[in-house]
Design a protein around this ligand. Structure first.
Ligand code: NAD
Length: 258
């Protein structure tokens, strides 16, 4: 048994940026064919494709169940199989509950939670028929504990951990696994966008806001790098991880230990 994924096919949602792009690159480097997905300018999508061996890109919007079904069907049609589904696409919005825009709540629940249900529902029949599958949900430390002002995100990520456990039990006797990765703060545009408002709120520089406020819950006091999350995803996708099912694996510099 080894980490090689040669001959396998993966879909990574939200892989035009950040963690998803790092996972797509790492899966490609391990030998898998990858179908990219995600929003972005044409140059960003072209750069992501180039970084993943000219991998194809499917433009499905994760708010659209029909488009998600087409992402899975198109991948199976193009490559003849789908072994690894990484539900990664996600967005964030930070506001007190009483001021939280309803449109942001709906979008976060759709993209961070419901999209994983629709993609899993579409991918499982093929995985069951081929008797091989890995479903990897990118949850968050906020899938296990809460922080104030992130009601939709925390609710969606707790829901995603619950979906992970449920799917894991349903496939437990099959050669398929479903696991969640729960990162702390990872150096990506999604997390870095939280710095300017935090700095303004406390009247400090972004550097001080990072150490004193954003990373206050992360005992390592450093960003997790996207490549560190990607390495865990490659391991979970590999034959070595066949016995790991229904787990919510923290990669958070000690956050959940505190
Ligand atoms: P990012 O903003 O760098 O990337 C998000 C990706 O999702 C992009 O490719 C974007 O195009 C895609 N996306 C957004 N809306 C979409 C939509 N409607 N349809 C299709 N694709 C869409 O963010 P990231 O930090 O890499 O986040 C990736 C995942 O990791 C998210 O689920 C996020 O919640 C999770 N996460 C991030 C952190 C962190 O600190 N960065 C920590 C824990 C969990």
């Amino acid at each position: 048994m080894e980490l090689s994924l040669t001959g396998q096919v993966a879909v990574v949602t939200g892989s035009t940026s950040g963690i998803g792009l790092a996972i797509a690159r790492a899966l490609r480097a391990a030998g898998a064919q990858v179908m990219l997905n995600g929003l972005g300018r044409a140059e960003e999508i072209a750069a992501a494709r180039a970084a993943c061996g000219d991998a194809p890109h499917h433009p499905a919007d994760m708010r659209d169940p029909a488009a998600i079904r087409d992402l899975i069907a198109s991948t199976e049609a193009r490559f003849g199989r789908l072994d690894i589904l990484v539900n990664n696409a996600g967005i964030q919005h930070v506001a007190p509950v009483q001021e939280f825009p309803e449109e942001r709540w709906d979008a976060i629940i759709a993209i961070n939670l419901s999209a994983a249900f629709h993609a899993t529902k579409a991918a499982l029949p093929g995985m069951l028929a081929r008797r091989h599958g890995r479903i990897i949900n990118i949850a968050s430390a906020h899938g296990l504990v809460a922080s104030p002002f992130k009601s939709a995100y925390v609710a969606a990520k707790h829901g995603l951990v619950g979906l992970t456990k449920t799917v894991a039990l349903e496939v437990a006797e099959q050669p398929i696994t479903c696991n969640a990765i729960c990162p702390g703060f990872v150096r990506t545009p999604l997390a870095e966008a939280q710095l300017p408002p935090l700095a303004a709120q406390h009247g400090v520089s972004e550097e001080v806001a990072l150490k004193q406020y954003l990373l206050a819950k992360q005992p390592s006091r450093r960003w997790i790098e996207p490549e560190e999350v990607a390495a865990l995803a490659v391991y979970l996708a590999s034959p070595l991880a066949a016995g790991i099912n229904g787990a919510a694996l923290s990669i958070d510099g000690g956050w959940l230990a505190a």
